[in-house]
Design a binder for this molecule. Structure first.
Ligand SMILES: *Cc1c(COP(=O)(O)O)cnc(C)c1O
Length: 437
């Protein structure tokens, strides 16, 4: 029998354009995921306590939220926040700043600060994230590391997406100075790596070359597990504050956490030789940095629920999904292969239509700089381009996959996914009767 609460729920979804059939599919799917959701909640609980502990340990106070301008000498909020990050990630030091404009910038600083002409950079995990190709100079680019005489070597992954240890051993040479390991698959089809697997890779490298710096691109990975790569030997971890650790509140920023000497080098690179960490005023963003970091564990759990929910719904409908509905999660990205341009467009339009901001906008594919096909992007975000908020994008080329991530709350992620399905049904690219068989 239909309870009153159920009827109300169905009605409010209906008022947002979700048909009863789609809502019911969502309910069934969610019910079957209660154990997975409980695990995400437990991880969030653990990480919440980790963050609170770090804030208490470093005596975060109201004064930390004060506006600092000018040179930013002894900016209490900034200096304390960097200690909070270092405590939470169990590192000696951290650089957490609004002057770090995004994840790519944070990675570029970490690399350029710790490599010198004649050094070699090694990626033992295949091709790095697209934007790093220009940082490194894999694609010729103005100001790349290659222009400064830093060479690059890459070891391809094995067919299963994991590490080719003999080839990694062979690639390590006397010039290898820094190894970069990307935790999340980004927009590739390889697996995202668990922190444990990253630890094994670091141990292998350190056994052979204890002096090599191991850096992890931690984007999209923070708070997905109870430990971070810095807990398993990484010398530096690097990420963006408009992804996981900003908790949706940080309006800008990036972080680098790790060994004291390496972070000091990063500070000299970010500001200037001689000035380092001492300058760089926090300009009033500190409260959102602290509060975002405080909320990040639960925000990440919401995004993970959305990802697993989508994997299960689209798997039921017969679409290939990576990761699949049962796999353990190591980042917040979900890929769904939809198989046609019409489906990719309808999916992204559904995500957009479910947004709290710009829901009336209809996204269209366009020729984005840096991409070799048209791309459609859906985002109705409070912070421009924030991908901890519910967002999706799909290159308009085979196999016609969409990548989506985020959701500041589980309920919004759920609405977005149901709306994506609804849009695909309304556009005639999915037959709802398929579900009911
Ligand atoms: C997002 C991301 C980056 C780059 O971050 P931006 O903030 O977009 O510059 C680098 N590496 C990975 C794995 C990412 O997911």
């Amino acid at each position: 029998m239909e309870t009153k609460r159920n009827t109300e729920m169905k009605e409010i979804y209906n008022s947002l354009g979700i048909s009863p059939e789609v809502w019911e599919l969502g309910q069934e799917t969610e019910k079957a995921l209660s154990e997975r959701f409980r695990e995400f909640d437990e991880t969030a609980e653990y990480n919440q306590l980790k963050v609170i502990h770090a804030m208490q340990e470093n005596r975060v106070s109201e004064g930390c939220f004060n506006y600092a301008s000018g040179y930013g000498y002894s900016d209490q909020g900034r200096d304390t926040l960097e200690k909070v990050y270092a405590s939470a990630f169990h590192t000696e030091a951290a650089l957490v700043r609004p002057q770090i404009t995004c994840g790519t910038h944070a990675l570029a600083i970490a690399l350029a600060a710790n490599l010198r002409p004649g050094d070699e950079l090694l990626s033992p995990v295949g091709k790095p994230y697209d934007t790093l190709e220009e940082v490194i100079g894999i694609r010729p680019s103005n100001g790349s590391l290659a222009e400064y005489g830093v060479t690059y070597r890459q070891v391809e992954l094995l067919p299963d997406g994991y590490f080719d240890y003999p080839a990694i051993e062979a690639a390590l040479n006397e010039r290898t100075k820094l190894v970069t390991i990307q935790r999340s698959k980004g927009y590739q089809t390889r697996p995202s790596y668990s922190v444990e697997k990253i630890g094994e890779l670091i141990a292998f490298i350190k056994e052979r070359r204890p002096d090599v710096i191991c850096m992890v691109d931690n984007c999209y990975g923070e708070f997905v597990e109870r430990i971070e790569p810095s807990d398993v030997g990484a010398d530096m971890i690097v990420g963006s504050l408009i992804k996981n650790p900003g908790g949706g509140l940080a309006p800008i920023g990036g972080y680098i956490a790790g060994r004291e000497d390496l972070i000091e080098n990063c500070a000299y690179r970010l500001t200037s030789p001689g000035l380092g960490r001492e300058v760089g005023a926090s300009l009033g963003v500190m409260q959102s940095f602290y509060q975002g970091f405080f909320l990040a564990p639960t925000v990440v759990a919401s995004a993970l629920k959305g990802a697993v929910f989508a994997a299960n719904i689209y798997e039921k409908l017969g679409f290939p999904v990576i990761p699949d509905g049962r796999e353990s999660r190591h980042d917040i990205i979900q890929a769904v292969t939809l198989g046609s341009p019409e489906a990719v467009i309808a999916f992204c339009q559904g995500i957009q239509a479910a947004a709290p901001v710009d829901s009336y906008v209809t996204p269209e594919p366009w020729a984005m700089p840096g991409y070799d096909s048209d791309v459609i992007m859906a985002a109705g975000a409070f912070v421009q381009g924030s991908s901890i908020e519910l967002s999706a994008d799909g290159p308009i080329k085979p196999p016609y996959a969409v990548y989506f991530q985020g959701g500041l709350t589980w309920y919004h992620a759920k609405l977005g996914i149901l709306k994506s399905l609804q849009c695909m049904i309304d556009a005639g690219v999915i037959d709802i009767r398929k579900i009911r068989q």
